[in-house]
Design a protein around this ligand. Sequence first.
Ligand SMILES: C[S@@+](CC[C@H](N)C(=O)[O-])C[C@H]1O[C@@H](n2cnc3c(N)ncnc32)[C@H](O)[C@@H]1O
Length: 309
Amino acid sequence: MPVQSNCVHREDCLKGLARIEPASVDLAFADPPFNIGYKYDVYDDRKGYDKYLEWSSEWMQAVSKTLKPDGTFWVAIGDEYAAELKLILQNDCGLVCRSWVVWYYTFGVNCKYKFSRSHVHLFHFVKDAKNFTFNHDDIRVPSARQLVYGDKRAQSNGRLPDDTWILRPQDLPEGFQPDDDTWFFSRVCGTFKERQGWHGCQMPEQLLGRIIKACSNEGEMVLDPFTGSGTTLAAAKKLGRKFIGFEMSADYAKYARKRLGNINPGDPLDGSEDAVASAPSTSKGRRLKDVRPKIAKPNSQEQLRFDLA
Ligand SMILES: C[S@@+](CC[C@H](N)C(=O)[O-])C[C@H]1O[C@@H](n2cnc3c(N)ncnc32)[C@H](O)[C@@H]1O
């Protein structure tokens, strides 16, 4: 049976992906389980090393087959398997890496005997190195020349990238640029208004919004094999894209459908576009004007996938 679009399918993605017409998807974004023992309601996040890689190769090849010849595939992954998954994407799937983006997030859990985890790897792969969508005009931001120095020579339409280590956001007064390959978005914390509250791995809509705006056009098809709380699909719907999602948990699928039911195309993305200059609204409506000098304490009760392992 062909896969209906604009739906979350409660299904193992391997089964669902096999039903998608080959070469029909413009953009796929996958945030798979990281195999670090995170507690999902149904999925067991502790496979053996070989088993996890075998399974990863299987689903990534299945996603690749659904991509159009000019299609794009983003994969989010933690440190533990980043190197292995990148090689699988290149070698088993035959894709080409355009960018290795680091998403730097705040509000991670403080660690005692290692540096606190504050990043996720985001691999940006394309099927054809010469033919892919990258709408750089849709993700441009004001440059430091414009914002900080008021320099008349600044390009009026902003700027693009960098490749830098940033230890603390307050050390970088000019902020992170959305088109740099080190990105700064706060994790979606328990107190944030954006937080759905029933899935601990919810990604920020602004992060997905950037990927979807850059790598697809209105009316095109966006696929997420691991829907979770539905962030990819929510951002896709708001940005006027078609979407398909798979989720093996009946509860997560149900709640993600509910989330999508409350969204209309054209709705603004949740969260602040400039995470350095403003903090997200909390569920109580509080909004900080500038978070740079403040150091927030994470909620130690909350189990965070990004900080396990
Ligand atoms: C890391 S979460 C995705 C979070 C998502 N990016 C968000 O913003 O909410 C991974 C999800 O994949 C689901 N999952 C795991 N294995 C799956 C499979 N084989 N097919 C479909 N879903 C699966 C889990 O239930 C979990 O909800």
